[in-house]
Design a protein around this ligand. Structure first.
Ligand SMILES: Cc1ncc(COP(=O)(O)O)c(C=O)c1O
Length: 427
């Protein structure tokens, strides 16, 4: 990265110490990333968590496991996902920038994966693991429905019964994905507790797992939950950043300067970032859901910007909570981003200052959603539309030689009803 890039106005680097020799060393043997992560679970769940940890360690060391997962990624998912130079968007933003400014924008196109998002990468790894462990049925939680659809898909492929827990609010706002899961043969359980969104779905899935530990594998959709889930989901999603390294070298002969990804629980972002964490010249931005604005108390889901450390769903991380430590409901226009927590590795990278966490509001994401559709012929999911909103803000301030890559982690078909509603269009 050039000096000018580093000191560009508007995306000034947060001045925090960079401590460890490697940012890729975590977690430790207890599942901790610095003071975050771990496994805070009921006694009854502990043997099962240890069983998952042991099985994953053995699978990771087995070349046949890796080969089977990669075969599925190639022939079933359609990987590698392309790296796309978003030329019209780049030129559009350059037209608004000062001379010599306007970063070159690329999309890593994980929305082209089978099932329409990055979730399938980690689902296939986990379903292969579940089979290896001899588990007979699969449960999952889902927010936007993409993880539920990916899990239902893999279960259809491997002939495994599948139950997906989904908050009733999300069932209502993600109808196309609910129907897809049912078509694929999954049972969808609408969870009524709390705000009836992702947090509540995960609570219910964990409760169910405790009662069915013998035959059931819990397929978690993001880099959250107790150890080893944050590490395991990150490892599977790192295929995104690994592919990008080679693709960027082929396209530009060097590594990217800036990576940008949306943060719900943080799995697509960890997948993009992890392979670059020890490349000091690569800056990384995680974009949280700013909702109605991070100045509001419960009108956003920016847990790193507006939360503080606590324990939820088996790990210690940044959470939105009230003065007494009760978890607050997050808000976002995007069902995949309204989780009131974040994966523990992000909490650690945030405290170290290695990754910079910003946010985009509902309105900014809606504007980015429409601009991308018209400029690139790509209808993004509302989740990556948040990342794109940051790209739109930052790119015009950066020197033109800056290479900026945004993870297009999902396609927007599932969101057209939500967006139409916000635009006052009746479908
Ligand atoms: C398309 C898409 N992107 C992003 C997310 C957020 O999850 P994560 O932060 O784990 O990538 C979701 C979650 O449902 C999603 O469906």
């Amino acid at each position: 990265m050039t000096d000018a890039t580093r000191h560009s106005p508007g995306i000034a680097r947060v001045n925090k110490p960079l401590q460890p020799n490697s940012f890729r060393g975590g977690p430790d043997s207890t599942g901790k990333f610095g003071g975050f992560g771990g496994r805070y679970v009921a006694e009854t769940l502990m043997p099962l968590i240890l069983e998952v940890e042991e099985a994953y360690a053995a699978a990771k060391a087995d070349p046949a496991f890796d080969a089977e997962w990669r075969r599925l990624l190639t022939h079933y998912v359609g990987r590698p996902s392309p790296l796309w130079y978003a030329e019209r968007l780049t030129e559009h933003l350059r037209a608004q920038a000062a001379p010599g400014k306007g970063a070159k924008i690329y999309f890593k196109r994980d929305e082209l994966n089978h099932t329409g998002a990055h979730k399938i990468n980690a689902v296939l790894g986990q379903i292969l693991l579940a089979k290896r462990m001899g588990k007979k049925r699969i449960i999952a939680e889902t927010g936007a429905g993409q993880h539920g659809v990916a899990t239902a898909t893999a279960c259809a492929l491997f002939d495994l019964p599948c139950t997906v827990f989904m908050g009733a609010t999300d069932v209502a706002r993600q109808q196309p994905n609910v129907f897809r899961m049912k078509l694929l043969g999954a049972e969808v359980v609408a969870v009524q507790s709390g705000a009836a969104t992702l947090k509540d779905a995960m609570n219910e899935a964990l409760r169910h797992w405790v009662a069915h530990v013998e035959d059931t594998y819990y397929c978690i959709g993001t880099v959250a939950g107790p150890h080893p889930y944050p590490m395991m989901v990150r490892d599977f999603q790192s295929i995104i950043g690994e592919e990008l390294r080679g693709q960027m070298m082929a396209a530009e002969g060097r590594l990217p300067d800036i990576l940008v990804a949306a943060i719900g629980g943080g799995s697509n972002a960890m997948g993009l970032f992890f392979p670059f964490l020890d490349d000091p010249d690569v800056r990384m931005f995680g974009v949280e859901a700013g909702g109605h604005g991070v100045h509001t108390v419960t009108g956003h889901a920016a847990s790193l910007t507006g939360g503080r450390p606590g324990v939820l769903h088996g790990n210690r991380t940044y959470l939105l909570q009230d003065a007494e430590g009760q978890i607050l409901e997050g808000h976002s226009i995007s069902a995949g981003l309204d989780y009131p927590g974040v994966g523990p590795e992000h909490a650690w990278l945030h405290e170290l200052g290695r990754v910079e966490y910003v946010n985009a509001t509902d309105d900014e994401a809606l504007a980015a959603f429409q601009l991308c559709s018209r400029m690139e012929g790509i209808i993004p999911a509302l989740e990556p539309a948040h990342a794109l909103a940051h790209v739109i803000k930052a790119a015009p301030e950066l020197p033109a030689e800056t290479l900026m890559v945004m993870n297009m982690c999902g396609r927007g078909d599932k969101d057209i009803f939500t967006v139409a509603g916000h635009l006052g269009v009746k479908l």
